[in-house]
Design a protein around this ligand. Structure first.
Ligand code: AP5
Length: 215
C-alpha cells in the first residue's frame, strides 16, 4: 500500500492513518507530526517552521521536500507507506513524483477524505492529543475514558496551538487555495479515490478498506 491521504485539516487523516498503520504494518508519515517534533526539540527545522504553523500557513516547500526526501528513503517505507499531510501544493506533488521515481516505486492511490468546513471546525475545536504518544481524541466524538488522560499510554492530553477557531479558519482558507488543486492533479492521473468522511471513524475505515479489497 503506497497511498496519500488527502483532505482538509480535521478530515480524519491522522485518525485513519493510525488505525491502518497498526492493522496493516505500513509506515505512517505525517509531515505535521514530524514538524511538531522538530518544534518541540528546538531543531533548526523546528525553529524555521514554528511561525508558519502557529499562523496556519504552509511551511515553505523547500524545507518540506528536503525533510520528505530523507524520510521516504528509510527502510520502513519499503513495506508501503501512508502519506498524511503531504503533498500539500502542486510543487510538492511534482517533487514527490521525482522522489518516488528515484526510489523506483509508484503510488497506488490518493484517498480524498471529504468533509465540509463546518464539520472541520467542530472536529478541530474539540480535538485533544496526547503529549507523549500523539494519540488523537475528541472531547465529544472520541473521548478518552479518563478526562485529560491518554487511554493508550497515560500521557497528558493537550489542545494544539493551531486548533483555535481563527487559526482553523485560516488553515481551511490555505487548504482551499493551495492544496485543493491536488484534487484535479491526481484525478487527471486516475489516482483519486474520494471517500465521504462525514461518517463515523469505523465507517470511513470500512470505505477505505473496500478501496483496497480488504473488507
Ligand atoms: P497537520 O498536522 O498535517 O494538520 P492538518 O492537515 O491541518 O490536519 P490535522 O492534523 O489538523 O487533521 P487530520 O485530518 O489529521 O484530522 P484528525 O484525524 O486529527 O499540519 C499542521 C501544520 O504543519 C500545517 O498547518 C502547516 O503549517 C504545517 N505542515 C504540515 N505538512 C505540511 C506540508 N506538507 N507543507 C507545508 N506545511 C505543512 O481528526 C481531527 C479531529 O476529528 C480529532 O479530534 C478526531 O478525534 C476527530 N475525528 C476524526 N475522524 C472522525 C470521524 N469520522 N467522526 C468524528 N470525529 C472524527
Amino acid at each position: 500500500m503506497r497511498c496519500i491521504l488527502l483532505g482538509p485539516p480535521g478530515a480524519g487523516k491522522g485518525t485513519q492513518a493510525a488505525i491502518i498503520r497498526d492493522k496493516y504494518t505500513v509506515a505512517h508519515i505525517s509531515t505535521g507530526d514530524i514538524l511538531r517534533a522538530n518544534v518541540k526539540n528546538n531543531t533548526a527545522l523546528g525553529m524555521k517552521a514554528k511561525s508558519y504553523m502557529d499562523a496556519g500557513e504552509l511551511v515553505p516547500d523547500s524545507l518540506i521536500i528536503e525533510m520528505m526526501k530523507e524520510r521516504l528513503s528509510r527502510d520502513d517505507c519499503k513495506r508501503g507507506f501512508l502519506l498524511d499531510g503531504f503533498p500539500r501544493t502542486v510543487s510538492q506533488a511534482e517533487a514527490l513524483e521525482i522522489l518516488l521515481k528515484d526510489l523506483e516505486v509508484e503510488l497506488d492511490a490518493v484517498i480524498l477524505l471529504e468533509v465540509s468546513d463546518e464539520v472541520v471546525v467542530k472536529r478541530l475545536s474539540g480535538r485533544r492529543m496526547c503529549k507523549q504518544c500523539g494519540a488523537i481524541y475528541h472531547i465529544e466524538f472520541q473521548p478518552p475514558s479518563k478526562n485529560g488522560i491518554c487511554d493508550k499510554c497515560g500521557g497528558e492530553l493537550y489542545q494544539r496551538d493551531d486548533d483555535k477557531e481563527e487559526v482553523i479558519r485560516q488553515r481551511l482558507a490555505v487548504y482551499h487555495e493551495q492544496t485543493s488543486p491536488l484534487v484535479e492533479y491526481y484525478s487527471s492521473k486516475g489516482l483519486l479515490r474520494p471517500v465521504n468522511a462525514e461518517q463515523s471513524s469505523d465507517s470511513v475505515l470500512r470505505l477505505i478498506e473496500q478501496l483496497f479489497g480488504k473488507d
